[in-house]
Design a protein around this ligand. Structure first.
Ligand code: FAD
Length: 386
């Protein structure tokens, strides 16, 4: 059994400090306005690339900034602490797209996309979910059919993070009639390909600054070299991307939970009722200590996944546990912080309502909480209960 080392290295501490400074300067001051406007400032993508956050863990040979997965989690946590909409840009364009291209792409695909994605010159999105298939993603209906040396793609994708802005979609489509996951392949499709249209989804409960879109593909023609990885391997590629993606979502949730803790402690010291600050009331301290325990537990579960990934060990079940716990904890922490704020927590002049709205989706995407429980249950019992 390896020793548990909870000390950050000098490099990790420096990356965390860099992220704190970046978020304090470029994200936190604007988060509430972006939330109201339903759009983060698009210039943030270049800024994230410029500081190296869109290239973490990707090798320098392809324009990445290197680093380990714990550093990636530290940055993701800080971004989530500042604004989950910005955190989502990185979790998807780097975490789900660039890292998957790095793992599965041909040399030509890596050279074509990684330097641009890591610099923030191009943005990636991950197209798995469809209007009719969410949790049961292996049953997706989008079709890619060979047409000479090309592929012709028809179908649609729903709830695609970064979808409105993305330059490339990592798209999953059925390439043969085998029902279920085995007939699925992965493609890299530039979003300016004729036949691909997108519609921004407005009115989201949270992550309102995020450019979430529905993609429609009608006669989208791509060359054979757009295929990512072997034909028919697309579902495994998607699942391996999502396993690491869950670590990133968990880290973002730790950021939300930490922001809830910071806000609750600050407000409890300032607000006076019954002649003294509400921090003096035991039941307010209970709310705060419940948040604090959730923050620590969620962070430790998340760091454990990063450690397993960096040591090259099996991490998928640990990632599901971390994502399940951290997402549910983020909702609890934000709700408890709102309780500390009383009625003021309910209006958007104060930060905690946004934290709660942003936290809520974390229990839904990259596998709902129910799906994470089924993954964990399958690993323990050997029985698939999907
Ligand atoms: P459904 O699958 O219809 O589930 C409905 C309910 O049934 C849930 O409670 C679920 O847990 C439950 N359920 C389903 N099957 C089972 C079962 N076997 N056992 C027990 N309970 C079950 N997708 C992408 O591909 N790319 C993205 O970038 C992306 N970004 C997103 C951003 C946002 C803001 C949102 C809201 C979604 C995003 N998604 C994305 C989609 C997301 O991953 C799906 O919404 C999610 O997988 C759930 O699918 P669904 O919404 O179709 O719900």
């Amino acid at each position: 059994m390896a020793a548990v080392d909870l000390e950050l290295s000098e490099e990790q501490t420096a990356v965390r400090r860099l992220a704190e400074d970046f978020v304090a300067r470029e994200v936190t001051p604007y988060a509430a306005a972006w939330d109201r406007a339903e759009e983060v400032d698009r210039a943030i993508v270049r800024k994230l690339g410029g500081v190296g956050f869109l290239g973490l863990t990707v090798s320098e040979e392809y324009g990445g900034s290197g680093g380990d997965h714990l550093s990636y989690c530290l940055v993701t946590e800080e971004l989530g602490r500042g604004d989950s909409s910005v955190r989502g840009i990185v979790s998807v364009s780097l975490g789900l797209v660039a890292k998957t291209v790095a793992a599965w792409g041909s040399e030509e695909q890596k050279r074509a996309w990684l330097p641009r994605l890591t610099a923030g010159e191009a943005l990636g999105c991950f197209g798995l979910t469809e209007p009719g298939t969410g949790s049961d993603a292996g049953s997706l209906a989008t079709r890619a059919v060979r047409d000479g040396g090309d592929w012709m793609i028809n179908g649609s994708k729903m709830f695609i993070t970064n979808g409105t802005w993305a330059d490339v979609v990592l798209l999953f489509a059925r390439t043969n009639d085998t029902p279920g996951p085995k007939g699925v392949s992965a493609f890299l499709v530039p979003t300016d390909t004729p036949g691909l249209t997108r519609r921004t989804i407005h009115g989201k409960l949270g992550l309102r600054g995020q450019a979430t879109a529905e993609l429609v593909l009608e006669g989208v023609r791509v060359p054979d070299r757009a295929l990512l990885g072997p034909e028919g391997k697309g579902f495994s590629i998607a699942m391996s991307a999502l396993a690491k993606g869950r670590m990133s979502v968990a880290a973002g949730c730790v950021g939300i939970a930490q922001a809830a803790l910071d806000a609750a402690v600050r407000y409890a010291g300032e607000r006076e009722q019954f002649g003294r600050s509400i921090a003096h009331h035991q039941l307010v301290q209970e709310l705060i200590s419940d948040i604090a325990v959730d923050v620590d537990a969620a962070r430790l579960l998340t760091w454990r996944v990063a450690d397993l990934v960096d040591r090259g060990e099996e991490f998928a079940t640990a990632a599901s546990k971390a994502k399940l716990y951290a997402s549910e904890a983020a909702v609890r922490c934000a709700s408890n912080a709102l309780q500390v704020y009383g009625g003021y927590g309910y209006i958007d002049e104060y930060p905690v309502g946004k934290l709660l709205r942003d936290a809520r989706v974390m229990t839904l995407y990259e596998g709902t909480s129910q799906i994470q429980k089924l993954i964990i249950g399958r690993a323990l019992t050997g029985v698939s209960a999907f």
